[in-house]
Design a protein. Structure first.
Length: 240
């Protein structure tokens, strides 16, 4: 059985199928990419995985347990963390207190939560921002704080939603290094990303979707050369 599996999931908004019979499997230790044009259903899939939206059809399995139907906090307790495309820090709190708030999922004393939060902040390269108010951080550091808050819940699987969006070339390289570091620490990664340099350089496998349906799934080379993927991103004139 796969570490994580999405089986024929469907989500309707009114009469529109935003996600239409999407299936894929992720093996433990992988970085698994999820790509598609704007509006193709990528973030909706994340919202279905972590219980923010309810499925109309299909199932989601994690470590041999069906998690579709569980509440969001129950899914987080099972070991699935996520970030958001639009970062959502507790703006008036310090970086440290933001991460401590997440660490309380696993740690029941302030001392334990703070110790784990400080270790997570160091892991994410935010130590020099530890006592800064979250709203004062530049965008790249806010993205890292978003990741740190998720990692503080001690996930086994993390969902990264456009972690590299809005970053300059140097910050992109740092983001790629951090994602690989997360994987190397033993956490499986599913990543949504529009920047092809990021997704193609770090993913073990990729699933491409359009209009809520799977186009193809495979290695980065296989997906990048698929005519339907090229058509979805660049239009009919570019398809071989």
């Amino acid at each position: 059985m796969a570490f994580f599996e999405v089986r024929d999931i469907v989500k309707y908004f009114g009469g529109l199928a935003a996600v239409n019979r999407v299936s894929f499997e992720v093996q433990e230790g992988q970085i698994y990419g999820l790509i598609g044009p704007n509006g193709s259903g990528k973030t909706t899939i994340f919202n279905l995985i972590n219980g923010y939206f309810h499925l109309n059809k299909g199932q989601i399995w994690f470590q041999g347990e069906k998690i579709s139907g569980l509440k969001t906090h129950q899914i987080c307790q099972r070991g699935i963390g996520r970030t958001f495309q639009v970062v959502k820090p507790l703006k008036r709190m310090t970086v440290l207190d933001n991460v401590i708030a997440s660490a309380f999922l696993r740690h029941h004393s302030r001392a334990e939560a703070q110790a784990w939060a400080e270790a997570t902040i160091h892991f994410c390269g935010l130590t020099h921002f530890k006592d800064k108010v979250a709203k004062s951080l530049p965008i790249a550091s806010r993205k890292r704080l978003e990741i740190a808050r998720s990692l503080a819940t001690r996930p086994k699987l993390i969902l990264l939603d456009e972690t590299a969006a809005g970053l300059n070339p140097h910050e992109l390289e740092e983001a790629i290094a951090l994602i690989k570091k997360i994987r190397d620490s033993g956490i499986t990664v599913i990543i949504v990303e529009h920047i092809m340099k990021v997704i193609m350089s770090i993913s073990d496998r990729i699933v491409a979707i359009n209009h809520g349906m799977v186009i193809t799934e495979g290695t980065p080379t296989e997906v990048a050369s698929n005519p339907e993927v090229i058509k979805a991103y660049f239009g009919e004139d570019y398809r071989a």
